[in-house]
Design a protein around this ligand. Structure first.
Ligand code: GLN
Length: 477
């Protein structure tokens, strides 16, 4: 029986011929089939995954050097382009649309011999916190099928939670990797804005979007980050220097003592579940005993982060999604139309789901003359204020520690009727996207309600090395 522990162990088992890539892929295909009810995958590339596994087994046996992700079974969110395969952003408007090129991150994974086993379900255009906005239906939390897996990268989180692959990719615009990771009890990393190329990622809000990684083991997540964080001319917003190069082999001093900020206004927030608060404070106490220093700071701005996020991201989304007109690509109406405008309207009305329509309307509203200054410009000012605040904090602190979500995974349908409540689920995650800093959700605890949860670590922009070091310390990995 195959049991995945870590990429390192897997490579050892391959080299001693205890297992093969073909056996491994067959194992995952079986488990995926057994867990079909979770609805984590949109498509599975069974035949080609087996074929690729066979080629890799042959290559390894011939003694050639192997790639860093040799035979590693990866699932990618249905917003990331994989040449010749469908990419639909879980939307009817892109039904049957096939990618004509590889996203840069996919290319880097393939270059290191990863096997892409399929695409994962998500909220339509990555808009949502519960995976209830997908054209393909809900994804179920594997721990409790009546609960949501979080969103928008719910399928990718469940793919790791239910052991359906080794590593999965998501996208994180406001928490879509970290929040589902928290709800499913797995690691979810959002790197700094500009660390991983967005070329080939279907855009939601371009100045926020960042590809993120799910895994069970921090070393595996680090390795995947190292592979994907190459400087890429196809994305002009990328770092011009690679801060994650050879990250997995960098020596991290386990004895280092950190100075970590916590926010009073977050830890005392009325929405924060009492048990989550208590468990995090226990961890803070243990770390203090080990010699790490915690300082408590004000974060009055916490009340503004969600509105700021929704003003700016909907504005960007309204522009990004204008390309789906049913003419260049996308869903086309079968209804008769009398003019071009009507054609656009019908295509878009039929193709987009309710949440996406709502955000396009809101985005157009905040950008319209008369409201631009009051909403969009104001929100940009708040964003800058948060960036300045962050810069100040990291002048003296190594990291910030806070909860990932205010509560554990909620029941399917529970928040669907109240968009404000749903949006507030992002209250602790949007800060990292507004400021571009890296953040990771670490699975640490179990709630008395039976669901997993963890905490979130944030470091200064491009300080992934520190982020990983602190994660290792917390996870004992
Ligand atoms: N839940 C947030 C939203 O709906 C975050 C989405 C994301 O990170 N893609 O916008």
């Amino acid at each position: 029986m195959f049991f995945f522990q870590s990429i390192k162990q897997y490579h050892q088992d391959l080299s001693t011929q205890k297992i093969s890539c073909v056996d491994t892929v067959s194992h995952y295909l079986n488990i995926i089939a057994e867990n079909k009810n979770l609805n984590a995958f949109v498509e599975i590339f069974a035949e080609e995954a087996i074929l690729k596994a066979r080629q890799l087994d042959e290559k390894r046996k011939s003694g050639l050097p192997i790639g860093k992700l040799h035979g590693v079974v990866v699932a990618i969110k249905d917003v990331i382009c994989y040449k010749g395969h469908k990419v639909t952003a879980a939307s009817k408007i892109l039904e049957n649309f096939k990618a004509s090129y590889n996203a840069s991150c996919v290319q880097y994974l393939l270059d290191e011999e990863a096997i892409i086993i399929g695409t994962t379900n998500c909220d339509e255009f990555a808009m949502g916190s519960s995976n209830e906005n997908s054209f393909y239906g809900n994804v179920l939390n594997a721990k409790d099928n009546s609960k949501v897996p979080g969103g928008s990268s719910g399928g990718s989180a469940v793919a790791i939670q239910a052991d359906l692959c080794m590593i999965s990719l998501g996208s994180d615009t406001g928490g879509s990797v970290r929040q589902p990771a928290d709800f499913c009890g797995v690691i979810g990393l959002k790197p700094s804005y500009g660390s991983i190329s967005r070329h080939g990622l279907i855009a939601y809000a371009s100045s926020f979007d960042q590809i993120g990684i799910f895994g069970k083991n921090i070393n595996d997540v680090t390795l995947a980050l190292e592979v994907m964080s190459k400087v890429d001319d196809f994305d002009s917003t990328m770092n011009q220097q690679n801060f994650c190069d050879e990250l997995s082999t960098k020596i991290i001093d386990p004895e280092k003592k950190y100075k970590i900020a916590i926010f009073k206004d977050v830890m005392q927030h009325p929405f924060l579940d009492k048990e989550i608060k208590e468990k995090i404070f226990n961890t803070i106490a243990s770390l203090t005993e080990l010699g790490h220093e915690f300082i408590e700071l004000d974060f009055k701005e916490i009340e503004y982060v969600v509105p700021t996020y929704y003003v700016l991201t909907t504005a960007e989304a309204s522009s990004n999604l204008s390309r789906y007109d049913g003419i260049k690509f996308g869903h086309t109406t079968k209804e008769p139309v009398s003019n071009l405008n009507e054609y656009y309207i019908k295509n878009r009305t039929e193709g987009f789901g309710m949440e996406v329509k709502k955000r396009i309307l809101l985005g157009n509203f905040v950008l319209s003359s008369g409201y631009y200054d009051a909403y969009f410009q104001k929100a940009q000012q708040v964003r800058q204020m948060l960036v300045n605040k962050t810069t100040e904090i990291f002048k003296t602190c190594d990291a910030i520690l806070m909860p990932t979500s205010p509560g554990t995974a909620f029941a399917i349908g529970e928040k669907k009727k109240d968009p404000i409540e749903m949006y507030l689920a992002d209250i602790f995650t949007v800060f990292a996207n507004l400021t571009g800093i890296p953040a990771v959700a670490l699975p640490m605890y179990q709630h008395s309600n039976g669901m997993p949860f963890g905490l979130q670590i944030l470091t200064n922009r491009n300080e992934e090395k520190k982020l990983i070091s602190i994660s290792k310390l917390l996870l004992n990995q």
